[in-house]
Design a protein around this ligand. Sequence first.
Ligand code: COA
Length: 169
Amino acid sequence: MPRNQPQEEVRDTSTITLRTMTSEDLPQVLSFFEEVNPNATRDQISSWTTPILKNWPHLCWVAVTGGELVGAITAELRFFGVPFIEDLFVSESHRRQGVGSRLISRVLDEFRKMGVPFVKVESNPSIWPLAQKLYYRHGFRVCGVEQDRHGFGPKGDSVILKKTFRENS
Ligand SMILES: CC(C)(COP(=O)(O)OP(=O)(O)OC[C@H]1O[C@@H](n2cnc3c(N)ncnc32)[C@H](O)[C@@H]1OP(=O)(O)O)[C@@H](O)C(=O)NCCC(=O)NCCS
């Protein structure tokens, strides 16, 4: 190979580790989730993310490499105990390396340990093709559509996906 030719960076995904989120991670996590929720303000995002972390710390995880946060996921039991994955984000430079899938698997394991019968996630139609690929791989399937439901700003329809752990749930 000629000298000075840029070499393709080969990223070692094994150096990316997952750990539970802490309150110190929140500023970075909120910045991540601002990209996931472009119509919501940082304060609005904080108003649901901060209590989720406080109430469900074992359902909030980050992906870290070299001390840098590169991904985050939050989940909770919504009103009446409905298990939901809320927000998921992976830094652009670390996408398509399985980090998003690892974060989902981690949270699903935690939900399994809790003995919940199913887990749901809501998808904005604008990211539907991506969400479908990603979540279908983990056994989620469409269970409903809510009209004019999704997000802040202009309302859009929301697709609800569900993964069932136990039959008849
Ligand atoms: C969605 C997101 C978290 C995926 O993270 P990731 O680490 O890249 O996901 P993975 O590497 O685990 O991808 C798993 C599979 O999801 C699908 N997928 C992920 N990114 C995709 C993309 N940009 N386009 C199409 N499919 C995609 C693919 O099937 C992929 O598997 P493959 O790479 O073998 O084809 C990341 O793209 C992101 O943060 N996006 C912006 C925020 C967002 O849209 N959040 C909502 C998630 S539903």
